[in-house]
Design a protein around this ligand. Structure first.
Ligand code: ZN
Length: 393
């Protein structure tokens, strides 16, 4: 049992009370009761006095790859053997948890499925880490995209087969490669990779497994094909058109956009490279497309993503908060929603996580200051992190 005393609540992320401050009782990993400040502490309960700090629900990152930047052996410089990759994935997951990310979605793993095995160890209580939901390896019809990592499939039969295999091997959802990449010189980010029948086959089989499809897609045509094919989360969505956004709205689809500004900004900071030059040429268009989605399509959920590897992530873990404010002009409230309740809704877990509510998991990030008034409070890592009612730090 844990009692969090003297919490400051964020009204739009706290349900079942109008109070702006209070105490929270956590029992068996769940939020048992939101109580008035100064309520009696049950005997034997651990107490953490927040002294007026802000109690946020645990943060959610919907676009990570736990294996990124950990594929080299630190001693030999050679490709890391699987145990080294696995240890590094664990290290990255630990770092994310300590920074307040109590839930992460791994959108593309190696064939050895380190993220899935890590998830299973965490769920079994053998290791500490964030809640993980994982796609397993990405399914692609293009040999030039990370071909050694992805599962290759071709045609609707091939996609049905690959999607079934991924679910049989433990995937929680499916990730497809839908367009060229901003990070690969061998293809243009706008270039569509999938055909409509392949997208539709994957979406149908995912539905049969009570799940959904996510897709890596930058270009206008690729994004549009994936949306019309029934893909649920469009990752990056860099050049999404007004036509596509209108199609989502008009058909009341629950398609969501998972932005990854950390990765975009990092490429911008390498202006002398091929990728950097290409990104500088595209950034005006990308920002105007994403701002249009945000400004004019309020029913379309925008999720939280980072899409960087471990080494880069740790240089500035909270950078995504700054970029959404400075590059995209999102409001503080919307940024906070995107990193919590909106991302929970996108992965259909808002009955369990994403807000402070009795009955939900006792997952929290505690920050010093009021991030609703001043989003820069989020630029540094939280003062405390709690997962499953256990104080992580
Ligand atoms: Zn990615």
């Amino acid at each position: 049992m844990l009692v969090l005393k003297n919490c400051r609540f964020v009204p739009f992320l706290t349900e079942g009370t109008d109070a702006l401050t209070g105490d929270v009782l956590c029992c068996e990993g769940k939020i048992e009761k939101i109580m008035p400040a100064g309520s009696a502490v049950p005997e034997g309960a651990e107490v953490l006095d927040l002294e007026g700090k802000t109690l946020l629900p645990g943060l959610i990152d919907l676009h990570v790859h736990l294996f990124y930047q950990v594929m080299q052996d630190v001693y030999t410089g050679n490709a890391a053997p699987q145990p080294v990759v696995a240890l590094n994935q664990y290290r990255y997951a630990q770092e994310l948890l300590h920074d307040g990310y109590t839930t992460v979605r791994d959108v593309g793993d190696l064939h050895c499925r380190g993220a899935m095995h890590l998830k299973n160890m965490i769920n079994a209580g053998k290791l500490q880490g964030p809640r993980i939901t994982t796609s397993g390896p990405i399914i692609s019809s293009n040999w030039t995209n990370l071909d050694s990592l992805d599962i290759y499939a071709c045609g609707s039969d091939g996609f049905r087969d690959a999607v079934r295999k991924n679910f049989a091997n433990g995937s929680d959802f499916i990730k497809l490669y839908g367009s060229g990449s901003l990070l690969m010189e061998s293809n243009e980010p706008g270039y569509p990779i999938l055909e409509s029948d392949e997208i539709e086959a994957a979406v149908l089989i995912a539905k049969r497994h009570a799940s959904y499809v996510s897709v890596h897609a930058h270009g206008e045509t690729a994004v549009d094909m994936c949306v019309r094919g029934g893909v649920h989360t469009i990752e990056h969505a860099s050049m999404i058109s007004e036509d596509t956004l209108k199609y989502i709205d008009d058909n009341h689809l629950d398609t969501a956009l998972v932005l990854t500004m950390f990765a975009v900004d990092e490429i911008l900071e390498m202006p002398d490279t091929y990728n950097g030059k290409r990104m500088h040429a595209l950034i005006g268009k990308i920002l105007s497309c994403l701002k249009n989605a945000y400004d004019n399509h309020k029913n379309i959920l925008i999720g939280w993503g980072t899409d960087v590897g471990y080494e880069l992530y740790r240089t500035d873990p909270m950078r995504e908060f700054r970029l959404r404010s400075e590059m995209l002009g999102f409001t503080n409230e919307d940024i906070l929603r995107q990193a919590t309740i909106d991302s929970a809704k996108i992965i259909y877990q808002d009955h369990l996580i994403g807000s402070v509510k009795e009955g939900k998991y006792a997952d929290f990030a505690v920050v010093d200051g009021d991030p609703v008034q001043d989003i820069s409070v989020m630029y540094k890592v939280p003062a405390h992190v709690i997962k499953d009612g256990t104080v992580i730090r």
